[in-house]
Design a protein around this ligand. Sequence first.
Ligand SMILES: *[C@@H]1O[C@H](CO)[C@@H](O)[C@H](O)[C@H]1NC(C)=O
Ligand SMILES: *[C@@H]1O[C@H](CO)[C@@H](O)[C@H](O)[C@H]1NC(C)=O
Ligand SMILES: *[C@@H]1O[C@H](CO)[C@@H](O)[C@H](O)[C@H]1NC(C)=O
Ligand SMILES: *[C@@H]1O[C@H](CO)[C@@H](O)[C@H](O)[C@H]1NC(C)=O
Ligand SMILES: *[C@@H]1O[C@H](CO)[C@@H](O)[C@H](O)[C@H]1NC(C)=O
Ligand SMILES: *[C@@H]1O[C@H](CO)[C@@H](O)[C@H](O)[C@H]1NC(C)=O
Length: 446
Amino acid sequence: TLIPTFCFSSCYCKENLSRAQNAVRGSGRLNRSGLSLLVSPECLESTESGDVFVDCQDRRLTSIPKSQTWSREPKHFLLARNQIKVLRDGAFFGYESLTSIDLQQNQISLVEEGAFKGLTRLTTLLLQHNRLETLSEEALIPMPHLRYLRLYDNPWNCLCLMDSLIRTIQIPSNRNLGNHARCAEPIRLKGMKLKQVDPELLCKESDPTNETRGNQTDTTHPVKPSPIRTKPDATTSCHTYLFPEIWMDCSRKGLTEVPTGIPEDVVRIDLSHNSIRHLRARDFQSARSLRSLNLSNNNMEHIDTVSLSGLLHLRQLDLSDNSLHFVQYGVLEDLYFLSKLKLGGNPWVCNYSIHYMVYWLRLHQGVRYSGLLCHSPPEYTGESVEEYMHSYNRECPKDRQHSRTDQDQTDPELWNTAMEAQAELEEELEPSHLRAPQKYQIFRLS
Ligand SMILES: *[C@@H]1O[C@H](CO)[C@@H](O)[C@H](O)[C@H]1NC(C)=O
Ligand SMILES: *[C@@H]1O[C@H](CO)[C@@H](O)[C@H](O)[C@H]1NC(C)=O
Ligand SMILES: *[C@@H]1O[C@H](CO)[C@@H](O)[C@H](O)[C@H]1NC(C)=O
Ligand SMILES: *[C@@H]1O[C@H](CO)[C@@H](O)[C@H](O)[C@H]1NC(C)=O
Ligand SMILES: *[C@@H]1O[C@H](CO)[C@@H](O)[C@H](O)[C@H]1NC(C)=O
Ligand SMILES: *[C@@H]1O[C@H](CO)[C@@H](O)[C@H](O)[C@H]1NC(C)=O
């Protein structure tokens, strides 16, 4: 079975949603009091590429549903954004087929030592954005194949109890265990990465006289965070989901720029509802696998020419509800496989600068696009940009020195090759007094 190529918003690429919904079973359906921890949640079972997924995200769960609830043993268990506070011993009995569990964005503050018993096939465990202060390495022992463990954004208390866990994640071969997680306590280790903290310091009693030293300048104390704003980091600013595809939810995070460090394997990123004004060169440099990029509902006025370069696999681009007047020549050049482009809700200006986008769309007939309407000047307000182009070409025959007819200009069928159209475009973008008489000669002004 092929995974559907695109999955925007909250859909999880259900292979067969209706089947999944029908598959929800269990006595809990008969007891909707919502009070009982045993009430079975209305989760979705689905199959993708032969793997069984159970999606219980956003279900207000306070505990792990019993494994008998499902018609088949799941391989991936999505439990993000619930209200689970404790993982009890044996919480995953009956879930021996699991290879991944996503428990991010719960309220977990306690993991009992036997919580993960039986999960011998588990490779991925996501515990970021919880309330864990401590976790014993013992809890990880039942999972010999664990390769990805996310622990960041938990208030880790780096004391003696964490000694064995910290030593484990610092073993070089465990390079995907516990990255980005930092100590919140004690003060002397605050902000240190678990990956880097010196295990020898964990069990040291802190000397109380050092804490009350008064006004003396103390260089051993951690420096206050620098007031200089640094670029936000994607892994800490956004929520990362691994299944059924790797994607990042960075929407509504108050971002004013694209965060750095988007991991190379991220397939989809949602940056909507932020305050990004400007896409800069190299903003997506690391994000080579991106297939869908959602930048809707920002304040974007400008997109640097090379900011989208290298996104060779991008299929969907949502630029709607921004402040764009036009896109600069060259911005779209690398998007060979784009198939969907959303442009609505921008104040597109129907002047010469918009021609690039229209030509690019003519050359890329496979791109379905929407929302390309003139916002100004007043004589074109509300008209589609294509109509504006049509009248531009009709009304300015004197601007067309070469022998092509208006029909030639607007009918993509008559454009023989991309090269030819490109040359035409570049030529047209020159101010007319600089235009070379030869059709394919191109001046660079910069
Ligand atoms: C982008 O995000 C907005 C806001 O969350 C959403 O309405 C829109 O559908 C998304 N775009 C696509 C192409 O899914
Ligand atoms: C999807 O589920 C419906 C209802 O159970 C079923 O009739 C249909 O055959 C299923 N389609 C596929 C492709 O599995
Ligand atoms: C639902 O479950 C709760 C808690 O187990 C129980 O007190 C209640 O009687 C049940 N309601 C019904 C209708 O079975
Ligand atoms: C407390 O202060 C002394 C002397 O300044 C220093 O040697 C010691 O390492 C400090 N202890 C801690 C826990 O910071
Ligand atoms: C130490 O700090 C307190 C309050 O922060 C202040 O009132 C006092 O004058 C300071 N003492 C010295 C020696 O700087
Ligand atoms: C088109 O309008 C935009 C926005 O007002 C302006 O920045 C741009 O220079 C104009 N382009 C031309 C060719 O006049």
